[in-house]
Design a protein around this ligand. Sequence first.
Ligand code: C2E
Ligand code: CA
Ligand code: CA
Length: 694
Amino acid sequence: MKGEQDRRRLLEPYIEMLSFWGESIEDYLFILDVKEQQIYFASCIWEKYSLPFEGISFNIEELLSIVDIRDRKRVELNFKDIEMGEKDQLTLEYRMVDRTGKSSWVYFVGKCVSYENEKPSIIVGSISENAVSKRIDQLTGLRNQTVLEKSFLEIFEKKKSGYFLIFGIDDFKNVNDKYGRNYGNEQLKRLAEIIEQNIGYEGQIYRLDGDKFGVNLIGYGIESVKAFYNIVKVAFSVQTDCAVSAGAVRYPDDAKEYHRLYQYAEDALKHAKRHGKNRLFFFSIDEYKEHLFFIDLREELFESIKNSFEGFHIYYQPVVRNEDGILVKAEALMRWKSKQYGEIGPEVFIPILEQTGMILDAGKWILEKAMQQCYIWRKIIPYFRMNINLSYIQLKDKKILDIIFHALDKTQLPGEAIILEVTESIQLQDYSYFNLLFYQLSKRGVEVSIDDFGTGYSSLGYLKELSVDEIKIDKCFVRQIQNGEYNFRLIKNMIELAHSVNIRVCVEGVETVEERFVLKELFPDVIQGYYFGRPESPDQFEKKFLERAKQGKPIVDDSKRKIHIENKKLLEKNKQNYKRLLDELDEIIYVCDTKTHELYYINKIGKKLTGAYEYTGKKCYEIFQSGTEPCKDCKDTNSANGMFCVKIRKKENTDICFLIREKTILWNEKPARLGVATDILEENVSKNFLEKEK
Ligand code: C2E
Ligand code: CA
Ligand code: CA
């Protein structure tokens, strides 16, 4: 009893002050007796809110009963913190339900004015309805962005972690346009409800602009965020038939400041929408930086082009003839130096030029510049030609023919001097359009080459459908061609196929001596790659490559390039494969030097029939004729014209008769006689043929 009186005495001055102020203030002023868990109000809060009896004091449980169920747990926990002495002041926003059942936000603020045993004993404060009204969204009853910003101040200060999400209804504008604003509003309310139902008492939801909601998931990990999003997504699509996307940012790891956090979440949402909608996208700081980098580049490229292509220049890479390595043309490759970032690779800036349409101007620029250069170099090497890349965007430009022909006129270059490279892509399948375009180019002598051949869509089909002059087999097929059967066969087939329909072949990306040697035997027309030379500035190109061509010398003297022993073994391995194949034939295959008559090679059946198992260093006439001097066939030069010459020879003192076909080929860089001898019985040979031969 005494304790109760003491307590009353302690509270008295505050209650007096309360009643004085309470009359002049709209807010509900209160005193919270922490120890007794009683709350005293100065004004008639019970008139509006359903408190159990009209009096001035209620216990905390009673106060909690008018707190909206969605916020009750959070409020309760905060009161508990005060009771346990873990907090001595409170600022809370929560909803209270009035006597009509309407739920409205209030702002609760309280501060400790008296302690007992170092714990709060009396808290004085107010509950305000007006303080929050400006911060509440009328449609959904949710708090708005101003509250969100404030709440994050506290979150960062308290070093809490979690995820911030922005939800956006997909195609909301269409929903509004198609079904009207009321319908759209209903969707917004549904989404808000679904999020709230699943958010948990620690989660917070805010209405942002338009169709967006901010959701703060304090303490969540990535998997819980995904699960949360999926629940909302499914529920929303079931209930409304609409889709919702979200962008999520992890704090404080990815952002330690509200405005940045918000911007990142918006960016992640945009990303989710751009990549198919109806999905959640997690913000990544690396991707974001990359994104900013691209925006910078785009702006700078635009400025560069405006300022007469400032920073743009062209490098030229040599292309050589396969058979002798002599320079025949160059590929013009665009380069660009950014003021901010330095030299930028074409694989980075060309796609930006393409996406923005700036490639039309840049493409026109390189056409003219490269033609001018070609004109100059043709004065030194009259047959010199220039390969120039054309983007698909340029090809589709209605004015492309005019642009090309105008550039030719302006530079006085004949059409034959240029070859336009177009990248193999699915778009090229509009055969009739492109064939007409290529036909018009061909009328002026301009040739067309299919770049990166083999990497695109149904490559081989192209050769049948598109009338082009050259293919450039992509570098990915060249890599390690001396080791892999697969690429070797692929390139071989591509070359044979192209040649069978009269299309020239360039193999690009030749880097090593091994690749060069293996390719040489497959007879592409021209080759290009670092082995011969990297793209160079015009000055360097002249010094390094043009000078040698002027003297009729190959760019790289292959004969001086000795293959390392281990690589030689690899090449040998490849040869072994051929030999194994030749050993399977019934015909005798042999190769001998046209001058020294040394036998270089004979296959298995040849060895068997002649007994020449050890033929190294022996002459062909010793093996085939058992002679000591070159025979009539050894001196026969009929096989030197590149065609097979045919003859029939009978082996002395036997019935064995051979049909022999011989031709001169290059064997290890030397002229050699390739022979194919078929064993035919004498009686099968027509008398006439024998007569004719004589
Ligand atoms: P691309 O047309 O396939 O050009 C060949 C690319 O391969 C060049 O790269 C060249 O430097 C590189 N290359 C040449 N030989 C070798 C080699 O032995 N090994 C390796 N690994 N690479 C080699 P670059 O200059 O970086 O050009 C890249 C791409 O940018 C070009 O590929 C082309 O698609 C595009 N590009 C360059 N200039 C232009 C242009 O003026 N217009 C258009 N539309 N695209 C261009
Ligand atoms: Ca090219
Ligand atoms: Ca290429």
